[in-house]
Design a protein around this ligand. Sequence first.
Ligand code: ADP
Ligand code: ASP
Ligand code: MG
Length: 470
Amino acid sequence: MTKTDRPLIVMKFGGTSVGNPERMQHVAELVASHAKEAEIAVVVSAMAGVTDMLIRAAKEASAGDRDGWKGVRQELARRHREVADRTLSPSEQAGVLPRLAEQVEHFENLCSGFSLVREVTPRAMDTLSSLGEVMSSLLLAAILRSQGYPAEAVDARDLIVTDEKFGNATPLFKETNVKARQHLSRLRRKGAIGVITGFRGATRDGVCTTLGRGGSDYSATIIGSALDARETWIWTDVDGVMTADPRLVANARIIPEISYQEAIELSFFGAKVLHPKTIQPVTERNIPVWIKNTFNPACPGTRIGSIRGDRARGVKAITSVSKADLLTLSAKGNLAFAQLAAKAFTALSTEEVDSLMVTQSSADNLLCFGVRDRDLKSVKALLEKVFELEMLHDQRVSIEVMPQVAIVVMIGENMKGTPGLAGRAFSALGKRGINLIAIAQGSSEISISFAVKATDVKDAVQAIHDEFEL
Ligand code: ADP
Ligand code: ASP
Ligand code: MG
């Protein structure tokens, strides 16, 4: 096979996969072993724990703590230096150590600025929180070169163009596709492997942005789509997408194949294995995404894509959002239900807040919906504002909050047309004495959601997992 007719695969490695010198070395070997039959572009996360550490340091500095971040500075330098010491040839060390030191200095300058002004803007936070990706990409590229593979670290600020929503930016795909292709084709012509920083991008003006926590998965599919890759592989620390969160259900099993739509639902409802927006860039070009385990590369993992084989009927996986709240809006008098719902959802959409489930009783003029805990304060304030008048006038609208609930979601493309699934789930919960607070089924019938008390979430997920023998 010539260099040019090898298929292109984008491979993303998560934080635990590059968490220490041995793991980084192992990742470089994995990339090298596949580089024989495919052309590879790598996307890399920060080393495990680094992003959390950077964010914590910024917050401490902006709260006026002049010393907390200094400890983080040492740790940042130590962890990356240790990788360089243990994995790189002396000549690679000589090239990379000063570049790592530059990043540490950048960290120091930013934090000392935050502690002086006692503030950290979302924009400055994005530059700081994604420094870990810059450091790990420098190291991984150098390890590959030490092993004899031409490789170059690439800053995704030069590839991914985003809007200006710092902390949770959205790519501008047209511009990104042009930039990413131009920049990476130069490397591809040289036969070099690009080791691209996950998580970050930049605005049209070149200001650093991030794609939201866990965003390196998204970076991988953005790049995969821009380069029209044959596949995108997301290497992580589990064997694939599982029938439930393995931290909640000990006997959760790997699912060999799931559809794009199922993966979208799973990630939206909290399955941490995929950033919620990961699937969006690849569906149009029909690029399969594989989830694979760095620690068990022999396992084929999960294929996410158009379903090829037998379509299993019924429930495929269960997921949950364990920190949620239910809001109930009720209207009296002549305020029609449609008006109540229209006003409430228009308000949510202007703030880009997701509602996790919705139930209604048109006859009683009741609308109930679930939101993530982190959104509760802003949603409540928003509703109080849009219904201000109605609430003043004879209390025509009231808002009630039920805190500390969990939303449990059963997912399966082929739940459609399989009767009795909801009934089975509810009686399984009933047998365990778990009280159902609300139930909703999407009209696409790809998911059925229900709310339970947050303290019941583990039991509820396990009960349904057992009932459907997943
Ligand atoms: P990475 O650092 O590689 O991006 P993450 O920690 O973000 O890895 O995601 C992998 C983790 O997602 C797993 O270790 C697992 O605990 C969790 N997880 C939650 N739900 C699922 C699921 N349905 N299938 C697989 N893993 C899941
Ligand atoms: N390092 C970033 C985070 O921890 C992005 C990622 O790992 O996907 O959120
Ligand atoms: Mg992740």
